[in-house]
Design a protein around this ligand. Structure first.
Ligand code: ADP
Ligand code: SF4
Length: 688
């Protein structure tokens, strides 16, 4: 297939100082969860993006000095010459496919705790950045940098840039955003200096200018020097000569860097989930940059639509289409556009499971792309998969995310696949849950897979086909894969001997009931001990239907897990905006139709009762594994029917997030004829 000429503009080369990107697809710096400790994993994760057609592939944040230590979070480092080789591995991998390799040199300034190195953090005026999350609150505060420190700070940037050039990088970043590097010097409320680095805006910009000039002097002949800048806070500060200080800073430095990379100052804003920010949501803080410089500008916006990308370029917002999440969900996004295969793009759904991997300190995982993070240790490729045996027939029962991914991958491998789905609609839980407020993009998990499956001659799908054990045996396939999902239960486990007793049979609903159309009588209490999206989404849904809702949880905050995917603040704000009452740190101890009984989690004697019409229990999902277990108990009948193996995948195997179901379906498809035990993983080991 050939490229749609409408998208030609996306494939124009872009000059970045002395180097040229082959196209406008730019994988911006983003953490991978590997640090320097997993160089092979990291190189493979970046390489696949270069292979998929991205013009530029960057590292994640890369510390330039031990005074910038983000332990326990997974950052890379370039502290001395010993660190060069680790980076060369990635650079060579990226170069193999014709992409430019960039490194995001980073000094955390006072935004780090230096827990490992125990070096006292430095800052512009002794004021540390403060967060409200314990993991980011450092008990060690920073010391004010004197002139000698500033000279050293500049030298660390230059030394790291020289090492980066030795590693082979084509683009070298200076990070002046998100509280890092010279950013703090720019902020009038942080910079209280009275020397030449404080006071007037040119003085506050001085350090940034010096670092750019000195890094360019050192490496600018061979490497593009990029600046990553967060303007959103400074866009609120009126300027003297231009509208705001953000405008003035760009205008003062204008053509000094070879590239401007513009991003939000807060990670939670930058990575807002699809529920809270749509494609291109960053335009308000990156659209002002291009008129102030002749150098290329890159920014992100969870771009998955080539039409929106073209619009960004044609309207003069961006020169390079930056992407972190879209490049994770589909490393081959550029190639697919180039080859006229837009329909095959595995679009990011904006769920932020990838973000949670960073907080977990593990290689990035992705809901849409089950191969992400498995490129090196399992040899998984996002587009290629070994051929299987076309003589073998496989029956998959259930067409949710796990069944569909398994069918797609087995179909690609060449097996004769039949999918039986009880409902008339495909997609299982994603089809149902995508109707929750703000979750429409989740249907992309279904659509990507059904789009591919429908053109596969070797995959048949039967809707409206609930199968029994006898049906499976009658079908007489080589492999039977049970992907029948899970359901929410009404009961909840005893905790500390406190139980709500038997609450079944009363006006107690589960999320499945509500999502099937039940309307609970108000006022409704939602008791959420799942701690993810379902509790707050149902609260919003019922509230929008005009039902009074109170959300009760034993946790100290609404949807406690969502700290991990950066949604917590947005969810909290949404609950406040809607006026949904939250009752935190309370445990359900009983319910008798008109009344729920609750106890404070810290003081079980502090009990209270609240009148309500019904209770929605959002707590535990239980596997729909009855069919699997029944078949498992019939080995003779299975053998007689020629069924060689029985598998269960996704929520039917163990309830989890959608990402787990997709991964499980993919893993089953890859290993269907092999032993899929964890012993087959490769592990990175320190060399002694
Ligand atoms: P997962 O996330 O593991 O893919 P889902 O709950 O999303 O699980 O999907 C399970 C799918 O299996 C649902 O679409 C459901 O209708 C279907 N299903 C459940 N039991 C049967 C059955 N006996 N026969 C056919 N389909 C079934
Ligand atoms: Fe997008 Fe979700 Fe994948 Fe992250 S995990 S890249 S948000 S689909």
């Amino acid at each position: 297939m050939t490229r749609n000429p409408r998208y030609d503009i996306l494939f124009e080369p872009v000059r970045i100082g002395p180097v040229t990107a082959r196209n406008r697809f730019y994988q911006v710096p983003h953490a991978l969860g590997t640090g320097n400790q997993m160089p092979h994993t990291r190189a493979a994760m970046r390489e696949v993006r270069a292979e998929g057609g991205w013009g530029v592939v960057n590292t994640g944040y890369c510390s330039i000095h031990p005074s910038s230590d983000d332990t326990p979070l997974p950052y890379c480092r370039m502290w001395d010459d010993e660190d060069i080789k680790v980076h060369s591995l990635m650079v060579d991998a990226v170069h193999r496919h014709g992409a430019l390799a960039g490194v995001e040199l980073w000094h955390g300034n006072s935004g780090v705790g230096n827990r490992l190195t125990r070096v006292t953090p430095v800052s512009v005026s002794g004021i540390s950045f403060s967060g409200s999350y314990a993991g980011w609150i450092s008990l060690t505060k920073s010391r004010t940098m004197d002139r000698q420190d500033i000279r050293e700070f500049r030298r660390w940037h230059v030394d790291a840039a020289r090492r980066a050039r030795s590693a082979g990088f084509d683009i070298i970043y200076i990070y002046a955003g998100m509280g890092y590097g010279p950013y703090q010097f720019l902020l009038p409320w942080m910079n209280k200096r009275t020397d030449e680095y404080g006071g007037s805006l040119p003085n506050r910009v001085r350090l940034m200018r010096e670092i750019i000039e000195e890094v360019k002097e050192e490496v600018g002949q061979t490497c593009g020097v990029a600046v990553r800048f967060s303007p959103d806070e400074l866009l609120k500060v009126p300027g003297e000569t231009l509208q705001t200080e953000a405008h003035e800073i760009i205008s003062l430095l204008s053509d000094l860097p070879d590239l401007w990379d513009v991003k939000a100052s807060r990670w939670t804003v930058e990575t807002a989930s699809a529920r809270f920010a749509g494609q291109g949501a960053h335009e308000p803080w990156n659209s002002f940059v291009k008129p102030l410089t002749s150098k290329p500008v890159v920014g992100v916006g969870r771009f998955t639509s080539p039409d929106e990308m073209v619009s960004q370029v044609k309207r003069g917002i961006l020169d390079l289409i930056g992407a972190a999440r879209p490049s994770i969900a589909d490393p081959f996004l550029p190639n697919k556009i180039n080859q006229g295969r837009e329909d095959e793009i595995r679009e990011c759904i904006g769920c932020n499971i990838c973000v949670s991997s960073y907080h977990d300190g593990v290689p990035v995982r992705c809901t849409q792309n089950p191969t992400m993070g498995e490129e090196w240790r399992r040899g998984w490729h996002p587009e290629d998969i070994p051929n299987g045996d076309p003589e073998k027939s496989v029956l998959i029962v259930g067409a949710g995310p796990s069944g569909l991914e398994c069918a797609r991958a087995l179909g690609q491998r060449g097996y004769a696949v039949t999918v039986a789905e009880a409902r008339d609609e495909l997609g299982g839980r994603v089809t149902i849950e995508s109707k929750l407020p703000g979750l429409a993009t989740w249907a992309r998990v279904r659509d990507y897979r059904t789009n591919l499956i429908q053109v596969m001659g070797n995959v048949d799908i039967y809707r409206g086909s609930p199968l029994s054990a006898a049906d499976v045996i009658d079908f007489a396939c080589d492999h039977a894969i049970i992907a029948t999902g899970a359901h929410w239960i009404r009961e909840f486990p005893d905790v500390d001997g406190n139980s709500a007793g038997d609450i079944t049979g009363k006006t107690v609903y589960t999320p499945d009931d509500i999502l099937s159309g039940a309307t609970p009588e108000g006022p409704v209490i939602i008791y959420d001990f799942d701690h993810y999206y379902m509790g707050n989404c149902l609260a919003e849904l019922l509230h929008r239907r005009g039902i009074e809702v109170t959300l009760v949880t034993p946790a100290s905050t609404v949807s406690a897990w969502t700290f991990m995917n950066n949604e917590l603040a947005d969810i909290r704000a949404r609950m406040i905006e809607l006026g949904i009452e939250l009752l935190l740190e309370h445990r359900l101890t009983g319910f008798d139709k008109q009344m729920v009984r609750l106890a404070n989690v810290h003081d079980i004697d502090a009990v209270r009762s609240i009148e309500c019409g019904s209770l929605v229990m959002v707590g535990v999902r239980s596997a729909n594994d009855g069919l699997y277990r029944e078949l498992k108990s019939m080995p003779g009948e299975m053998a007689d029917a020629g069924i060689q193996a029985l598998h269960h995948i996704g929520d039917c195997r163990a309830p989890g997030a959608i990402a787990h179901a997709v991964y499980s379906g993919h893993e089953c498809a890859r290993g269907i004829d092999a032993d899929g035990s964890v012993d087959t993983f490769r592990w990175e080991r320190p060399v002694l």
